[in-house]
Design a protein around this ligand. Structure first.
Ligand code: ATP
Length: 280
């Protein structure tokens, strides 16, 4: 497995790495006739940080769920690590999903919440406790393992949710607008934390967001989608080195990329607004 870009390397270092996800000509039509995805083509390579950005209803969550193997496609193919669905879970081919809400079990303490995926796998090996400790440490929740979710702030609950995803030691992390409900300071802090974890662990990430700023700050690529029918319309490289920091947020390069992505989003929104909903 090739790692995520090392500190200081350009964001395009991943352009030739192995594909982790290949979505080819995928169409998704829900039972009520909604064309949620039309002809979606997207390859995500090892070590990339790809954001999906687009107006409401353009199919971002549908695409992410399909990438997670959670939803059937109407036609087209999806491959993971150049194989079909059956390889997910093999060594080096683990996938985790982080939802918009922390989705913690309210009656269980943080430690129990974080170990849930291992419990579901029936894994009760002796090193589990150490793994939980390390996951909590990585997300900055050491000392909170006995707290109940209601005793944590929204940001801390999201950290617990990320720790729960990390416990399975994923290679591919799919995140559906994980920080949308948080205030800006907390969101910025968690953005930095996720970037650090991404680099440290060699993850590949696909990240859904509504925020141009968040997409530009985090991503090596921003994929812009349009609605009615849901489709990919632009694919923009954010060719800035990692690690990125507060300096990047106030740089002219950041402003330039935000302008470019905002304009792409405006074009995408205009396309969806003028198009009638297609049936088949
Ligand atoms: N289970 C479903 N059955 C029918 N239609 C659905 C279903 N799920 C989503 N849709 C429709 O498919 C389209 C794409 O929805 P999706 O949630 O993927 O978009 P999105 O870009 O993630 O939206 P948002 O940004 O608002 O979360 C929308 O028109 C939505 O109403």
């Amino acid at each position: 497995m090739s790692p995520a870009p090392a500190p200081g390397t350009p964001a395009d270092a991943t352009q030739t790495s192995r594909p982790v996800l290949q979505v080819s000509d995928v169409n998704k039509i829900y039972a009520n006739g909604t064309v949620a995805l039309k002809g979606a083509d997207l390859t995500v390579r090892q070590g990339e940080f790809v954001s999906l950005l687009g107006p409401s209803g353009c199919g971002k969550s549908t695409l992410l769920r399909i990438m997670a193997g959670l939803g059937d496609v109407t036609s087209g193919t999806v491959n993971w690590w150049e194989h079909d669905y059956n390889v997910i879970g093999d060594k080096g081919r683990k996938l985790a999903f982080v939802f918009q809400n922390a989705t913690l079990m309210p009656w269980a303490r943080v430690r129990k919440n974080v170990r849930l995926p291992l419990d579901l796998e029936g894994d009760n090996s002796p090193e589990i406790e150490g793994r939980i400790d390390r996951a909590l440490e990585m997300v900055g929740l050491t000392g909170f393992d006995n707290a109940f979710p209601r005793e944590l702030s929204g940001g801390m609950q999201m950290r617990a949710s990320i720790a729960r995803a990390m416990i399975t030691e994923p290679n591919l992390l799919l995140m559906d607008e994980p920080f949308g409900a948080l205030d800006e300071m907390t969101r910025n802090k968690l953005n930095d934390d996720v970037l650090k974890l991404w680099q440290k662990n060699g993850w590949t990430i696909v990240f859904v967001t509504h925020s141009v700023y968040e997409a530009v700050y985090l991503s090596s690529r921003v994929v812009v989608m349009a609605a009615r029918p849901g489709r990919i319309v632009e694919d923009i490289r954010i060719d800035e080195p990692y690690p990125r920091s507060a300096d990047f947020r106030v740089s002219s390069e950041f402003a330039g990329y935000c302008r470019q992505v905002s304009q792409a989003l405006e074009r995408a929104s205009a396309m969806g607004a003028s198009a009638p909903q297609e049936a088949h």
